[in-house]
Design a protein around this ligand. Structure first.
Ligand code: PEP
Ligand code: MN
Length: 323
């Protein structure tokens, strides 16, 4: 070590230790003691979940987009082609719909799954769709590339076990009244059932604030990126409940460290059979994707540093000359 390099090296060493200790104190947090397999450690820094020919949780920021519900062939195909052209990798769309009202549209079921598979065939997009019951897991797994566990099902352990054993990647949405530790417990159960391919999703939680549909917990994204090796994505649509808030929440999610987005897009949101108020139309989706590009590029620069975590990246970026 040369004389001039010494202060820089010492400062670097100290900052690295601070980052390590901060991480250790989080991962040794007793609230996370029940979920050892989902936490970062020396062996597992990052899980990249394989989907078709790409991964979620790697350098590429992955956008999943599509209608809340699969409604008709023309609605789904038009949306699939559009979101693919705008940069999405994965088509979302509910065939089995959990609804707040028993009188609301419950989804097309098998017919919806077939339309999703046809859209994958035409566009090359992967398909994520919700499975609500363990009885439906084999059927949904036949058509989907990723099984979505919805907010209302996050703690349905029978469903989680069946979904895990299908071997398909799982998109695990945070329950609307679930703590971060609850979310990680559900992820642990999936890993414990032999499926390492879990993507966590922050979609807003219920709080005393009722102006928006949910309260978007951006801090949860930053926290999860610190403590877990699993990919973390954000669903700004269900978090906001209003389409004009969606691009802003998406930007916040990327800044907080998210690996991707799940966004509702519809050719004619005002006519949507579900969640029209929070769905973007095609022009709004294009505008959002363009506006997010600089943020996505910043994130790619950070992720491109092999094996570096967010804190380490910040250290390196400011370190040129500063440290
Ligand atoms: C959905 O994404 O289709 C959905 C129903 O969301 P959530 O489970 O988060 O309410
Ligand atoms: Mn929806």
């Amino acid at each position: 070590m040369t004389h001039t390099a010494c202060p820089k090296a010492i400062a670097n060493f100290i900052v690295q230790r601070i980052i390590e200790v901060a991480k250790m104190s989080r991962t040794q947090d007793t609230r996370l003691a029940e979920t050892p397999d989902v936490l970062v450690d020396a062996r597992r820094q990052r899980t990249c979940v394989p989907v078709l020919d790409f991964v979620v949780g790697g350098v590429e920021f992955v956008t999943m987009a599509g209608p809340c519900s699969v409604e008709t062939e023309s609605q789904l195909m038009a949306t699939a082609h559009h979101v693919r052209r705008a940069g999405a990798r994965i088509l979302r769309g509910g065939a089995f719909k959990p609804r707040s009202s028993p009188y609301a549209f419950q989804g097309l079921g098998l017919e919806g799954l077939k339309l999703l598979a046809a859209a994958r065939e035409e566009t090359g997009l992967a398909v994520v769709t919700e499975v609500m019951s363990e009885c439906d897991v084999p059927l949904v797994a036949e058509y989907a590339d990723i099984l979505q566990i919805g907010s209302r099902s996050m703690e349905n352990y029978t469903l989680l076990e069946a979904a895990a054993r299908s071997g398909k990647p799982i998109l695990l949405k945070r329950g609307m009244v679930a703590t971060i530790a609850d979310l990680l417990r559900s992820a642990q159960l999936i890993l414990g059932n032999g499926n390492p391919n879990v993507i966590l999703c922050e979609r807003g939680i219920r709080t005393f604030e009722t102006t928006m549909r949910n309260t978007f917990d951006a801090a949860a994204i930053a926290f999860l990126k610190q403590v877990t090796h699993l990919p973390v994505i954000a669903d700004p649509s269900h978090a906001a409940g209003y389409r004009d808030l969606v691009p802003g929440l998406a930007r916040i999610a990327i800044a907080a460290g998210a690996d991707g987005l799940l966004v509702e897009v519809h050719p004619n949101p005002d006519q949507a059979w579900s969640d029209g108020e929070q769905s973007l139309d095609f022009a709004e989706f294009d505008a959002m994707m363009t506006a997010l590009q600089p943020w996505i590029e910043l994130r790619a620069m950070a992720s491109g540093e092999e094996g570096l975590e967010q804190g380490e990246f910040a250290l390196k970026r400011t370190g040129d000359g500063a440290i």
